[in-house]
Design a protein around this ligand. Sequence first.
Ligand code: IMP
Ligand code: MG
Length: 188
Amino acid sequence: MNEKLTVLLPHDTVAGRIRELAQQLNQDYQAIRAEDAPVLVLCTLRGAVFFAADLVRQLGFHCELEFVKIHSYQGTRPADVPTFDLGESICATGRHVLIVEDIVDTGHTMETMLRHFNDQKVKSVRICTLLDKPSRREVPGIVPDYTGFEIDDVFAVGWGLDYNEEFRLLRDIMVYHPDAEEKGTLRR
Ligand code: IMP
Ligand code: MG
């Protein structure tokens, strides 16, 4: 057992909460089931991959799963505004968009995405996040529509979340405790 890791949310707790989120989404999106365009479920890479896979397999409405890579860094310096490229094949205009995110931290990433989709004149855009760290928020208006768990200001790993590409495959959601010298280098 790695002493840098402690369990935050055990596997069964997370799986159970994702079931509840799917039930909630099925209720909320029930009314638009008959529409032509499937709901665009947009999974942010790579952290949200497992969460999105768990979620979409429990959704009963017509949806389409797509992926988007967020670039929080330009060169070696953090970008003030994260960027992303949807690719030419994904057209969101006139559609309902459900962003599936691993964790909302400062809120800058979600702010950028919400702005993009509002400019695209989508029918609706909502955020479904597995984890939320509201105490870290720098963009106060960012409140996810669906949240698995609100957590304190800790560095969470597992269930898709990584620390420098490590710990993504852990079955539980765990807290990563950095060494003193690693503190301050945590990539958010
Ligand atoms: P935001 O723009 O600060 O809200 O950034 C959110 C992104 O930072 C998430 O999608 C994660 O990729 C990353 N992040 C923030 N906090 C954590 C954490 O505790 N563990 C792993 N990744 C994190
Ligand atoms: Mg993310």
